[in-house]
Design a binder for this molecule. Structure first.
Ligand code: DGT
Ligand code: CA
Ligand code: CA
Ligand code: ZN
Length: 583
């Protein structure tokens, strides 16, 4: 991973500070630049090395922003940012993570009450001071108070879409050292959990200290927390990286242990004990003839330690994919030979949720379609937003726009190497209706996604009826990002996953696993409910740019966390199978 995410975060912070100061125009310019820097395929620090002109090659980055980026990468800040931070010295990122608290609210609460941190905000909300500030009522104060725990917890976990690329880079860096025999990602990142407390990696080597030093010396490392023979911890881009070094002969056992989850490991240990065996980070052991199995870590006859598959095999189990290791019945299923044959990245043949510059995407119809062909898709469905509440600006399409887009799709369709479907992403309104698009337009489109874009957030109310009504709508084919959650930013709306799954199965409507790593919506347990109910899922990227097609793995592995097989996935079907489902 490059420093793109870090630079984007700084541009977003500056945008928030400008907005708080009452600047109406520049915040959106900086946010757009931040999005483009974040998604840019080249490393921002490499562009900075080339000079400000190279940075300006990024869409939406003009001379002024490019200069700021160069200053930031070279010196750790830029003058205007420091001035703004001096004027409003608050933890902007943490405070705005509270639902309903934007930059302008932060400024008001700083001016009136001196609130600079989440702790300050909590104190002010609990003592009733916020409702005493002009413009704030008791309801707002209560909402802020209730939003603080989510914001606090969210701040402690990082998105898989940020940690996973970093973990891959750490492994690559470790593998450049000649004393490293193998290296691998472990922990919750290996299980593809959607947020992660830290980055766990494991290396096999007889020279632990040298390997630890090699990590500490990596150019990307900010702070070194500790180094040692077996454990080294550093911080990169604000994320904690924990490295364990073990001997190659015990790498499999260590990988099994440090992949977790803790709950999976506890159940696995009990399964071992029931067979007169023992499993820990050093191996699987037969302890049937041992008087005191707790006399040491390596007590008993060693059965396996070198490979993870060997450890499971020694306990009479097939290898269990990391996505399943959450203690949700996977060990029983393994014992019974009933593990699912999980959907794989290569099983997917197309993407059914894609935006263009007809709505809020950044690229033309032709660019997005050609990029889908280049990505290797057999088919792609263009699904720009219909007009309606919650859709960015006035970017949504009217009936007339959709009719016009049908012709535009036809113009591209014939000379591209991918089958093109034309659909729409309509809004689910409060009653579960799809609002703004008329029925005759819906009928003429190949595919209709209905997604909640407004009335989101968890107000404690049960939204099952709203979502069930949407899946039962006769024109709706896919329910898009059903909960509306934005990881670490906005909680999922509450709904009964089993009831939604049953309704979707009955209605023949697919439930989306939105692969955008800010969403991952549905998620593991909700996918499991869908699969158990016999509902179909659709793993789609919701791409707003060609680069976002590459977020597909996050969706596939999230579906795997829900025990999904290829047969459960709409876009694992070939084009004929897809059309049969849509008709
Ligand atoms: P995270 O970091 O909160 O996203 O979740 P994990 O699962 O990566 O947890 P972490 O980093 O604390 O530990 C990595 C793995 O190491 C964990 O999944 C299982 C194993 N592990 C760590 N500490 C313990 C422990 O005290 N008991 C057991 N059974 N396993 C542990
Ligand atoms: Ca971890
Ligand atoms: Ca850890
Ligand atoms: Zn969308």
């Amino acid at each position: 991973m490059s420093r793109n995410a870090e630079v984007a975060a700084v541009l977003d912070e500056y945008a928030d500070l400008l907005e708080a100061m009452g600047d109406d125009y520049r915040p959106s310019v900086y946010r757009r630049a931040a999005d483009n820097v974040r998604d840019h395929p080249e490393a921002i620090e490499d562009l900075v090395d080339e000079g400000a002109d190279a940075v300006e090659r990024i869409d939406g980055v003009g001379e002024g922003i490019a200069d700021h980026v160069v200053d930031y990468v070279e010196t750790g800040s830029f003058a205007e940012l420091e001035d703004a931070r001096d004027e409003l010295p608050v933890e902007m990122d943490a405070l705005t993570r509270v639902e309903g608290v934007g930059p302008k609210t932060v400024k008001k609460l700083y001016d009136a009450l001196g609130v600079t941190t989440l702790d300050d905000l909590e104190d002010a909300a609990e003592s009733g001071e916020i409702s005493g500030v002009s413009g704030f009522g008791a309801k707002t104060e209560a909402n802020i108070r209730e939003g603080i725990p989510f914001a606090r917890q969210a701040g402690e976990r990082a998105l898989l879409g940020e940690t996973r690329p970093l973990a891959d880079d750490v492994v690559d860096h470790l593998e450049t050292h000649d004393a490293v025999e193998r290296a691998a990602i472990a922990g919750s990142i290996r299980r593809w959990r959607e947020t992660n407390g830290d980055v766990d990696v494991l290396a096999a080597s007889d020279a632990g200290q040298r390997v630890g030093d090699h990590l500490a010396d990596w150019e990307r490392v900010g702070d070194v927390i500790e180094t040692g023979e077996t454990k080294t911890s550093v911080r990169v881009d604000g994320l904690r990286v924990d490295l364990r070094v073990v001997v190659d002969a015990e790498f499999g056992a260590a990988l099994q242990y440090f992949t977790g989850s803790k709950a999976h490991n506890v159940t696995l240990r009990n399964h071992a004990i029931a067979q007169g065996k023992k499993v820990n980070e050093y191996g699987a052991f037969d302890i049937a003839d041992v008087d005191d199995p707790d006399a040491g870590q390596r007590v008993g006859d060693l059965l396996a330690a070198e490979t993870e598959a060997g450890v499971y095999d020694a306990l009479g189990l097939p290898w269990i994919p990391p996505e399943l290791r959450e203690d949700r019945g996977e060990i029983d299923a393994a014992r019974e030979g009933a593990l699912p044959d999980l959907v794989a990245e290569d099983d997917l043949r197309g993407d059914l949720h894609v935006h263009t510059d007809w709505s809020d995407g950044g690229h033309s119809l032709r660019e997005m379609i050609e990029a889908a062909a280049e990505f290797g898709h057999d088919y792609v469905c263009i699904t720009d937003h219909a007009e309606g509440p919650g859709v960015f600006g006035d970017s949504g399409l009217s009936d007339a726009d959709l009719r016009e887009q049908m012709d535009a799709v036809d113009d591209v369709r014939d000379d591209v190497a991918v089958e093109v479907l034309h659909g729409v992403e309509a809004n689910v309104d409060a009653d579960g209706d799809v609002g703004s698009v008329s029925d005759d337009v819906l009928a003429d489109l190949d595919l209709v996604i209905a997604s909640p874009h407004s009335g989101l957030g968890d107000d404690g109310g049960d939204r099952t009826a709203r979502l069930v009504a949407a899946v039962e709508h006769p024109r709706v084919d896919v329910l898009g990002h059903p909960s509306g959650r934005l990881l670490t930013e906005r909680p999922a709306m509450a709904f009964d996953a089993a009831a939604l799954a049953a309704a979707a199965a009955d209605a023949g409507t697919a439930l989306e696993v939105n692969a955008n790593y800010h969403r991952l919506d549905l998620w593991g347990t909700a996918v499991r409910a869908a699969v158990d109910a016999g509902a179909t899922i659709a793993v789609d990227t919701d791409a707003h740019s060609p680069a976002e097609y590459a977020q597909r793995p996050y969706g596939v592995h999230t579906a795997r966390r829900g025990w999904a097989e290829a047969g459960d996935v709409l876009n694992a079907r070939d084009a004929d199978g897809l059309r049969a489902f849509l008709d």
